[in-house]
Design a protein around this ligand. Structure first.
Ligand code: NAD
Length: 430
């Protein structure tokens, strides 16, 4: 075992971001390629390359010490040709306008891939939630909803949780919106607690979806899940549930990590033990002395590698050293365009983020449907519906890749933009 090096993950993450290609630019490059392959004219690209609406807000919040602090927030609505826009709100110090724009486009693509009646939206507030008290967090969440209330709503734009936001924050936001509109509005937001109209299976939806696409991808590659060696970067909402599902399916989870380092055991880690010990930020490795680095984790010899932490983790620098046979992107944007080319050339199957992590928005859609109809489904019903959506979507993208001779990422973008482009054409926009 290699001794863990002392590191400041927040600082490292910031420096990494600066070096890497802007997420918006790389998304636009693939959207253009996808539209060209599908034969759409230039004006369709001009329409889809940026969100149709981007709101920047300044949110005054009374802090516990009596002072007022002003926070900046964003809400991007990519395209509503198909239906209302939908997507999460993240609370993070590094939130930027371009990041929110790119994330809103990815939400459009995900909705297109899993065939939901939505366009993409995304929101963010520049803040460090770990420095805010519970009540400051509540005032900030309510202030954000007041600031964006004119452009959101159950049939306009439906927010949801994302990085560092949770069901409690969704509850405050829904309550604030209901006060403004003067009627109960559960369909305004998804990811709510069960008692406020949340859906069974929402919390584990992303990891369930990733598990289903791993199973399908492994079948295609002739890798039995039983005994497969799996490495997962990130032990938060997506990564930790995924580790549990893989472990329960008989796979050997040989590596996991968090922002502070990684754990590795060739014989397979005891996931139940680690789950009991992780904190609510997805941190567990600090409890152990024998750790390896995240860099070493990504290059471990394994069958399936799942980045489930942050962006730009697999780059041109480490792509030649990756030993996995399949990479399934649970995180948004973990692999750069350059790395995708290198890995595809090496015959490694990459299941892209816009497909692999679409289980979350799918169950968010189920939650919205249940809110609209006022009739709620059991956990089994939700799981059965999610299974059908993910299997159908995986094979649709895989078959497109095979038929058009392109990689899975480009195929996913082609499937993802097609419905939007068609809807915009029928509406007479382009
Ligand atoms: P989370 O905040 O719950 O967990 C993040 C995990 O990544 C933690 O274990 C954290 O320690 C680790 N991490 C943070 N910085 C790191 C670094 N520099 N190196 C290695 N590990 C680091 O977040 P989450 O909800 O699990 O989301 C993870 C990824 O999955 C994000 O890219 C997110 O956008 C994507 N995603 C999540 C959902 C969902 O429903 N949770 C849905 C779609 C996509």
């Amino acid at each position: 075992m290699i001794e863990r090096k002392a590191a400041d993950p927040v600082k490292e993450e910031g420096e990494k971001k600066k070096e890497n290609l802007n997420l918006l630019t790389s998304t636009q490059i693939i959207i253009r390629e996808a539209l060209e392959k599908l034969g759409y004219p230039e004006q369709v690209y001009e329409l889809l390359k940026e969100p149709m609406r981007m709101l920047t807000v300044r949110i005054p919040v009374r802090m516990d010490d009596g002072n007022v602090k002003i926070f900046t927030g964003y809400r991007a609505q990519h395209n509503d040709a198909v239906g209302p826009t939908k997507g999460g709100v993240r609370f993070h110090p590094d939130v930027t306008e371009d990041e929110v724009k790119a994330l809103s486009i990815w939400m459009s693509l995900k909705s297109g891939i899993v065939d939901l009646p939505y366009g993409g939206g995304k929101g963010g507030i520049v803040c460090n939630p770990s420095e805010l008290s519970f009540r400051e967090l509540e005032r900030l969440s309510r202030g954000y909803v007041r600031a964006i209330s004119q452009i959101v709503g159950p049939t306009k734009d439906i927010p949801a949780p994302d990085v560092a936001t949770n069901s409690q924050i969704m509850a405050w936001m829904m309550d604030e919106y209901s006060h403004i509109r003067e009627f109960d509005s559960p369909g305004f937001i998804t990811g709510k607690p069960l008692v406020l109209g949340g859906s069974h299976g929402r919390e584990t939806a992303t990891a369930k979806g990733v598990t289903i696409v791993i199973r399908e991808a492994a079948k295609l590659k002739g890798i039995p899940l039983e005994g497969a060696r799996v490495v997962i970067q990130g032990f938060g909402n997506a990564g930790s549930y995924l580790a549990k599902f893989m472990y329960d399916a008989g796979a050997k989870v040989i590596g996991i990590s968090d922002a502070y380092g990684a754990l590795y055991d060739e014989e397979g880690l005891d996931i139940d033990y680690l789950l009991e010990r992780r904190d609510s930020f997805g941190t567990v490795t600090r409890l152990f002395k024998d750790t390896i680095t995240n860099k070493e984790l990504l290059e471990l010899d394994c069958d399936i590698l799942v980045p489930a932490a942050i962006e730009n983790q697999i780059t041109a620098e480490n792509a030649p050293n990756i030993k996995a046979k399949i990479i399934v992107e649970a995180a948004n944007g973990p692999t750069t365009l350059e790395a995708t080319k290198i890995l595809t050339k090496r015959g490694i199957l990459i299941v892209p983020d816009v497909l692999a992590s679409s289980g979350g928005v799918t169950v968010s859609y189920f939650e919205w449907v249940q809110n609209n109809q006022g009739y709620y489904w059991s956990e089994e019903e939700v799981e059965e519906k999610l299974e059908k959506v993910m299997v159908r979507s995986f094979h649709n993208v895989y078959n497109t890749a095979q038929q058009r001779g392109v990689d899975m990422r480009l195929a996913a973008y082609m499937v993802g933009v097609r419905k939007m482009a068609e809807a915009a054409r029928f509406r007479g926009w382009v």
